[in-house]
Design a protein around this ligand. Structure first.
Ligand SMILES: [Zn+2]
Length: 407
């Protein structure tokens, strides 16, 4: 005989399976949900009735019901978009970007605010973010009560447990408190993560049914970041700031990095690093405080493709920094997938031969032969998409899977 704690746990797991299956499939009739989750039709019927009653699901009556062989009409179920909303706040150099998404994951509003981040005082950052979020909500006729969670995706090292941004190229200040002031001032629960981790989280949420392995997602662009997935879970380390691939040393005493150190991978492979090399500037030239404009990078890519030696050479140097870094990471972790993403992917063809050659040179064949190097096209903002996926996935698991106690 099952005790109450066990039956509550099973109901919670089953509710989670149903929500997750609908998040994955978009819409499905009950029979299909049974197939996707492995649960019996009776269990599916009982759980979906409960979820419909709680307003988490919608029953689609706009399409004519299909009649199954047993004569029972089959109606599609889907997640109810208006069940709740989430907000993503993406913090990068000089920019606060906000997206409001509904429970089904559709983006309903988007805003980019130019903010002079670098010179902000430590306690003004959370205040500024909270006031922008409240104004953003009211502009779209929403109140904090309509939003269940805010997810901050920040450039830099994020201490996820305490919600502090330990260090970021966007700010002069360090250890900036974010989640506490934003939660307090908006009344909405808030979480903080590193931006590259969110790309990895998004991919894992999306490929959840397919993927349980070890993977590294490399972000190339204004900086160089990594999201690390070990055995199907994002790895955060003791402080939440693990996998700072961009700030692993590539050349001792080498080029000046935005983090204040010398010789980091990022100092060669980020936009500013590539540009500095191409311009023939000394390696101790301090990185610019602002992000390099995309147009500047696109012009550099064009020059390289037209055969400009200095531009091409800069992409080779970038490729070497990434490739030797990946070789060390492969020797250490034996991932099965390495996914390269970020706006820097535009120039991937220019850096790829050097990346491949450096991996070959940096680690023995036996260790690297099963690693797959993939390119993830940046047709939309993967950091924001990943954060939305992660927030909704967390809400399903931590909040909505909790069953109401049985009567
Ligand atoms: Zn660095």
């Amino acid at each position: 005989m099952m005790n109450k704690a066990d039956s509550d746990l099973i109901r919670r797991q089953n509710r989670h399976l149903v929500l997750e299956a609908l998040r994955f499939a978009g819409r499905a009739p009950r029979v299909e949900l049974g197939r996707l989750t492995g649960l019996s039709l009776a269990t599916i019927t009982s759980i979906t009735a409960q979820l419909l009653n709680e307003g988490l699901l919608l029953e689609d009556n706009t399409v004519a019901p299909i009649t199954t062989r047993r004569g029972r009409p089959s109606v599609d179920l889907s997640l109810n978009p208006s069940a709740t909303h989430v907000i993503v706040l993406k913090i990068s150099i000089g920019k606060f970007e906000m997206v409001l998404a509904d429970y089904a994951g559709t983006r309903v509003a988007h805003q980019i605010k130019t903010v002079a981040t670098y010179d902000m005082k430590i306690h003004d950052v959370g205040k500024k973010a909270a006031s922008l979020i409240l104004a953003f909500l009211s502009e779209h006729n929403k109140s904090p009560a309509d939003v269940r969670i805010i997810g901050i995706a920040a450039q830099g090292a994020a201490e996820t447990g305490v919600g502090h941004l330990m260090w970021s190229p966007a700010f002069k200040e360090v250890n900036i408190p974010l989640t506490e002031p934003i939660s307090r001032l908006t009344g909405i629960y808030c979480r903080l993560s590193n931006d590259a981790n969110m790309i990895a989280e998004g991919l894992m949420a999306r490929e959840h049914y397919l993927y349980k392995g070890t993977a590294a997602v490399i972000f190339m662009g204004y900086g160089v970041g990594m999201g690390l997935v070990i055995d199907g879970k994002t790895y955060h380390g003791s402080t939440g700031a693990a996998a700072e691939f961009g700030h692993m040393n590539h050349i001792p005493h080498g080029a000046m990095c935005r983090c204040g150190m010398s010789g980091c991978i990022e100092a060669y492979a980020s936009d500013y690093g590539i540009l500095r090399t191409a311009q023939g500037l000394p390696v101790n030239t301090p990185p610019p405080l602002d992000a390099v404009e995309p147009e500047v990078m696109m012009a550099l890519e064009t020059s390289a493709r037209q055969g400009d030696g200095a531009a091409l050479g800069a992409y080779v140097k970038a490729g070497e920094a990434i490739g030797f870094g990946l070789a060390r990471m492969i020797a250490l972790l034996s991932p099965d997938r390495i996914i390269i993403s970020g706006p820097g992917i535009r120039a991937f063809d220019l850096a790829e031969p050097a990346i491949a050659a450096s991996i070959d040179e940096g680690v023995v064949t036996a260790l690297r032969q099963n690693v797959k190097l993939e390119k993830l096209p940046m047709d939309h903002d993967m950091i924001i998409t990943g954060t939305i996926d992660k927030l909704l996935h967390d809400l399903d698991r931590e909040v909505f899977a909790r069953a109401e106690p049985a009567a």
